[in-house]
Write a protein of this length. Structure first.
Lengths: 113, 113
């Protein structure tokens, strides 16, 4: 069975600084990997996804993530954070076949001015 | 605009009440999901429907009863709930059960008194 670990519960960065949110997964085969963002009181919005191919994936809102099979990681990055990026971020892994997504516990991002 | 709508957005109910949550997707998808999101816990998958058939019940108590009359609509019927059932209930849809990219609604914030 697949699992996801997001080691950081909270992260605080200054506006304009770079950001990296960590995600480690456990799955025996080729995973489908996702990053979602959730603003307070809202549902989850898909930022980006990795299914196959280029291991550096570009998403919406200037986010990117890199799949590293050797490290079982799929870290989310952004070169310059905006105050509107403050939210909770969830990494998720899906099996190659089947519909079950397993989510990490989430990382809350705070942006200070 | 996520294409997945949920009503009501907020619901307060007593332990003896019966209420229903409604989800509608406008994306032409064939699979729909109910998730429970509690504070400080990872997202929990509750039910999965694929082409109106329930394909997964993740050991959910019988006081939660799902209904999927067609591929566009999903309901969650609630009765004799407990205070610990207070949470954000999220609905999601995907193209089909073998395709992992899920689109989420804004959720229903449920409070059980």
């Amino acid at each position: 069975a697949q699992s996801v670990t997001q080691p950081d519960i909270h992260i605080t960065v200054s506006e304009g600084a770079s950001l990296e949110l960590r995600c480690n997964y456990s799955y025996g085969a080729t995973p489908y990997l996702f990053w979602y963002v959730q603003s307070p009181g809202q549902g989850l919005q898909l930022l980006l996804k990795y299914f196959s191919g280029d291991t550096l994936v570009q998403g919406i809102k200037g986010f990117e993530a890199e799949f590293k099979r050797s490290q079982s990681s799929f870290n989310l990055r952004k070169p310059s954070v905006h105050w509107s990026d403050a939210a909770e971020y969830f990494c998720a892994v899906g099996a190659e076949y089947g519909n079950k997504l397993v989510f990490g516990a989430g990382t809350i991002l705070r942006v200070k001015s | 605009e996520t294409g997945v709508t949920q009503t009501p957005r907020h619901l307060v109910m007593g332990m003896t009440n019966k209420k229903s949550l409604k989800c509608e997707q406008h994306l032409g998808h064939n699979a729909m999901y109910w998730y429970k999101q509690s504070a400080k816990k990872p997202l929990e998958l509750m039910f999965v429907y694929n082409f109106k058939e329930q394909t997964e019940n993740n050991s959910v108590p019988s006081r939660f009863s799902p209904e999927c009359p067609n591929s566009s609509h999903l309901f969650l019927h609630l009765h004799t709930l407990q205070p610990e059932d207070s949470a954000l209930y999220l609905c999601a849809s995907s193209q089909n059960a073998g395709y992992n990219e899920q689109f989420f609604g804004p959720g229903t914030r449920l409070t059980v008194l």
